[in-house]
Design a protein around this ligand. Structure first.
Ligand SMILES: *Cc1c(COP(=O)(O)O)cnc(C)c1O
Length: 354
């Protein structure tokens, strides 16, 4: 608390990101980073942009990148919004499209940034409990609301809601904006992007941080009909017109152009995910069915907190959320096969010493 801060700052509880320790001998499985690194074509494009041209401001509309993304998704370029990370895109979405009289609805277990934005932007919200098996029941959203947001695949569960259900949700709430945060969609089977032409109230956000292995570049996007995108542009141009720097524009375009690399690396991550899931199940873990680059798991006998600290002692970092309903679970990002072997070996030791 400080008397120099505004009321709102005194009341904030900021989001706590997963830690980014600067140790080199660490196996870091806590923030869902991609172990494979960005496409070589991305690094080339960034190196090329890293020169004398940095003297100039970037294109505030990132027009060429917008066209590349529009081509990739086969939509019009006025259906594309680009921001400096999807967290920033989400901030504009909350402020510009989700602040209404009726409460915003989102699951009780989902990306923990959503309630933080609600407090920052003074948005009334209600958390809707997931079913006992951690799936979303869209019937629970049949009530007055000022919008709906959830991650799909959901975080930290990894469970995907079918696109058929997303469409039903959007159709049943025609006067609300429905936001699907597809941070992990490239590891899943299906995306809601193909619905944006027929659902004028649907916003799909994605990020280059996870599947495209560019968490350090900070690029996120939203896809929606032109009316919703214009709302986001109005906010962005009242806040941070040059949201994307020149290196990010160059790197992001190359990332969308190298679809082959994306497909290959996601496939490898998913294969490792399946292998890790099976091994963990054999060690008496219940692993939720994941469509993302992480697994969410609970052990029959040993507490999640205990495993978390025991892994830490062995220089392996995973994510533990000390929150109701999920405080017996660990979220483990999928790393390289070697990293996951080290993880599996450590967990075997930890759970069998009980
Ligand atoms: C990682 C993540 C984001 C944020 O992505 P950035 O583009 O790195 O800000 C947003 N939503 C979910 C569900 C995420 O897991």
């Amino acid at each position: 608390m400080s008397r120099f801060w505004s009321d709102i700052v005194n009341q904030l509880t900021p989001y706590t990101p997963g830690e980014q320790p600067q140790l080199s001998n660490l196996i870091k499985l806590n923030t869902n980073e991609n172990p494979f690194g960005p496409s070589p074509k991305v690094l080339e494009a960034i190196a090329k942009a890293n020169g004398e041209e940095l003297r100039k401001y970037p294109d505030p509309n990132a027009k060429s990148l917008k066209q590349t993304i529009a081509n990739h998704f086969r939509v019009e370029s006025d259906m594309v919004f680009i921001g400096n990370s999807s967290d920033e895109v989400l901030a504009h979405v909350f402020r510009g499209l989700l602040k209404h009289d009726a409460p915003l609805l989102f699951p009780d277990i989902t990306y923990s940034f959503y309630p933080v934005y609600c407090k920052l932007f003074e948005i009334d919200y209600e958390q809707v409990p997931l079913r006992d098996d951690f799936t979303i029941n869209i019937d629970d959203y049949d009530r007055a609301n000022g919008g709906v947001i959830f991650a799909n695949p959901n975080a930290p569960t990894g469970i995907a809601l079918s696109i058929n259900e997303v469409e039903k949700l959007a159709t049943r709430n025609p006067d609300s904006v429905i936001v699907v945060d597809e941070a992990y969609v490239d590891f899943a089977d299906d995306s809601a992007v193909r619905l944006i032409n027929k659902c004028p109230n649907l916003v799909v956000t994605q990020t280059l941080s996870k599947s495209r292995s560019l968490a350090g570049l900070r690029v996120g996007i939203a896809l929606a009909n032109a009316e919703l995108i214009e709302g986001l542009e109005r906010i962005k141009n009242s806040f941070h017109p040059y949201a994307l720097d020149s290196l990010a524009i160059a790197g992001a375009a190359a990332a969308f152009e190298d679809h082959e690399y994306l497909k290959t690396t996601c496939k490898k991550v998913n294969a490792t995910r399946e292998r890790v899931t099976q091994r963990m199940q054999k060690m008496d873990f219940t692993v939720l069915p994941s469509s993302a680059n992480f697994v969410f798991a609970t052990h029959k006998n040993v507490s999640a907190e205990k495993i978390f600290f025991a892994l830490r002692e062995r220089n392996i970092i995973v994510r533990y959320f000390d929150k109701p309903r999920i405080n017996e679970f660990l979220r483990v990002s999928i790393g390289t096969d070697r990293e996951m072997d080290a993880f599996l070996e450590a967990v075997t030791e930890i759970v069998s010493s009980e």
